[in-house]
Structure formats: C-alpha cells, structure tokens
Design a protein around this ligand. Structure first.
Ligand SMILES: *Cc1c(COP(=O)(O)O)cnc(C)c1O
Length: 392
C-alpha cells in the first residue's frame, strides 16, 4: 500500500483509506466478517489480556469495522473514530461520554430535532442541564459559559433552517474554559468541512446520509481527537453500541464515491436554488452558497463546498394546495433522511421547536434534497408542482 498517507487529498483518501488489499489476497475491498464469538487458541492466551489481539469479541470490533473507522479517521483528520448504530446514537454517545450529573451543555437552537429531544427529554433526567443558544452567537457564546459547562454542541448549517455558525470563534472561547466541542458535520459529509482542523474535539456524522449515500443503511460516526477518543470508545462500548458488518460494508462502499457524488449534489443544488429564487411562489431560499445568504461569508471562509440539502420558504399555501403539489411529484420523494442519490422534498415547521430564538418567517418552510437526477428534469418537476399549487 501507499507508504505516504500523510497529506493525501480527500478524493484519494475516499478511494484508498481503510483498504489493505494485500492483507487479503489482493482483493480490493476489505472482507466482511460476521463475528460474535472469537476463539482463543489456548488457556494461557484466554487468561492473559495482554496476549489478546485487537479482536476478541464481536462487540469490540472486527477488521471490517476497524477498516471503515480508519477511513473516516483519515477523512475527518481525526485521531480515531467510533462507529455507532445511527447518527442519533453518534450524537447521544458523544454527549454522554463527556457529561455527568451537574453538567451544563450549550446546544445550538438550530440543532437536529431528535438531538434536542435527547437532551431535553432524556439526559435532563440524569441531572444534565441543557441550554440552547442562538446559532449565530459566535464569540458571544462566552456570556453563556458557566463553571459547570462541559460541552458546546454545534451544527452548521442548521437542520431545517440552514444558518451558518462561526464555529472557529465558538471553539476559541470553549478552549479557554476547557469545554469539549462537538460538531454535527453531517451536512458537509466530513468532506466539505473539517471540524477537527478548527480545533473541535469531535465531529459526529449521520453516515446514514452522504457516506452511505444510497438510502439503504443507518450508521453513525464519531471522529475524535486524541483527548476524547478513549472516552468516546469506552462510552460506546459500555452503552452496547454496535454496528452490523453488512451495514459497515454498505457505508464503506458508499464512501468510495462520496466526493464525486457531493460535487454533483452541489452543482445540481445550486442550480435549483437559483431557479427557485426566480419563482414568484418562493419568498426566500436558505442556502449558504448563495451570495445573499446571511451565512455566506462564514461558509466561504470555513467550508470548501455545499452539499445538496437546503431550504426555501413559500408563500403560505392552503393544505389542499400543498397536497396537490406534493402528492403528484414525479421525482421528489416525500420522506425523512436525505443524502442518498435521489431527490426529496418535505414541508417543515421550525417554529415550535425553537426556544432561544424565534423563527419568524411568514409562509411555508420547505426542506429540499437535490439528488443526482438530471437537474432540468428536477426543475420541470418543481415547476409542474408550483402549477398544481396555483390550480388548487
Ligand atoms: C439524520 C441526522 C441525524 C441522525 O441520523 P440517523 O442515522 O437518522 O439517526 C443526526 N444529525 C443530523 C444533522 C441529521 O440530519
């Protein structure tokens, strides 16, 4: 294998990381090991933990999981990566690994809804206090930091609302107080943004989205720096977090083409965003790659690209009109998750889940994922949808 894996570029990382063909007869992809029991050769080895190899029980990982984790580690410029059953368990495991009763956690008000529910409805029962902050707070975060603040949780752009965050400014303040910083990096796929290079302790992803990329498996990744890796690995183990080998295989397989896919998602997404801007039905497009977007400067400074997920706000339609549009789309599917090869469109309402800030837009917020279809076909599908909206 390549002897120099330092400083190789992302597309090379995606195609080569976590693969050692000549350890397996030259076969290009790592083998998929199905394993729970792993046998010890002798009583002496069984009795001596120092003699155990890195593989000694399925839950502790297999060469299949190690290979994929290594690839994510290199992509995210991390020290080590912990795999979890889904994106939400990556978030919960990351937070649990560095909090205790009495801890205070600062979480962006624009965070993925289920991450928020975990904090407010579950972790709060164990004496961990969560406080939500304005996603655009930047270095003003310092005014919210307490002696008990253990974690600052960020996500950019925000789920449903797509605000950018000044992540480097927040991390600078957090470091002054030894606070662990966690970034949900799902939107950028670990490809268009590198939280650990900006000093974050952990970058979590729903690998379910762009890494898997084909809408057929769930997985979470927690890419950690040296200071947090052992704690997170231990927390995942103690919580019984485990990933199935066939899902790891799908994630590793999806990852090989992620760079190419993301560039196409980006190109198609920006074309559709610009087209939507020209439409009378659309009041505002929420996409940080558009120059007029409030988060554009931060996005340009910190990110190297945009994926295919963004939002737009329509003039408020009646329920019937919206149904007439949504029920007859040819290519845009209506469903949760995103990051697969196909386009998706759902109406969302960010207003009731905000607490630190108000989402004060009039109209219907839509979340759109632009897939790998021909972009002209997608635009025609939306145009016909807007026509049905008017007719209802
Ligand atoms: C989807 C998503 C998750 C959760 O991922 P699952 O695999 O569905 O559990 C977490 N964070 C963000 C930003 C997401 O979009």
């Amino acid at each position: 294998m390549a002897s120099n894996t330092k400083n190789r570029h992302d597309d090379t990382v995606l195609t080569h990381a976590g693969r050692k063909p000549f350890e397996n007869k030259g076969i290009v992809n790592p083998p998929v090991y199905h394993a729970s029991t792993i046998l010890f050769p002798t009583l002496e080895v069984y009795n001596n933990p120092a003699a155990h190899t890195d593989v000694f029980y399925g839950r502790r990982g297999t060469p299949t999981t190690f290979a994929f984790a290594d690839a994510v580690t290199e992509l995210e410029r991390a020290h080590g990566t912990v795999l979890t059953s889904c994106g939400l368990s990556a978030v919960t495991t990351a937070v649990l690994s560095v909090t205790e009763a009495g801890s205070h956690v600062l979480m962006t008000d624009s965070v993925y809804g289920p991450s928020r529910n975990f904090m407010s409805k579950f972790l709060s029962r164990f004496g961990v206090e969560v406080e939500y902050y304005d996603p655009t707070i930047g270095s003003e975060i310092s005014s919210l930091i307490r002696d008990t603040t253990k974690v600052i949780f960020m996500e950019a752009p925000g789920s449903w609302t797509f605000e950018m965050q000044d992540i480097p400014a927040i991390i600078t303040k957090a470091k002054k107080h030894n606070i662990v910083t966690i970034v949900d990096n799902t939107w950028a796929g670990g490809y268009f943004f590198k939280p650990l290079e900006h000093g974050a302790d952990m970058s979590v992803q729903a690998a379910t989205k762009y890494i898997v990329g084909h809408s057929d498996a769930l997985m979470g990744t927690i890419a950690c720096n040296e200071a947090t890796y052992k704690k997170v690995d231990e927390a995942a183990y103690l919580l019984g977090n485990n990933v199935g080998p066939d899902d790891v295989y799908l994630a590793a397989r999806g990852m090989r083409s992620m760079g190419t896919r993301l560039r196409q998602h980006q190109e198609n997404g920006i074309k559709v965003a610009n087209w939507l801007k020209s439409r009378p039905e659309v009041k505002q497009v929420l996409h940080p790659a558009l120059p007029e977007d409030p988060g554009h400067e931060i996005w340009k400074r910190d990110f190297t690209g945009a994926s295919g997920l963004f939002g737009f706000i329509m003039e408020q339609p009646s329920t019937n009109a919206l149904a007439n549009m949504m029920d007859h789309m040819d290519y845009f599917g209506m469903g949760f998750s995103w990051g697969g090869f196909e386009s998706l469109l759902i109406p969302v309402d960010p207003r009731p889940i905000r607490t630190a800030t108000n989402w004060e837009v009039e109209g219907q917020t839509m979340r759109i994922h632009i897939g790998l279809e021909d972009v002209d076909d997608l635009i025609a599908d939306l145009e016909a949808g807007f026509e049905r909206l008017k007719q209802a």
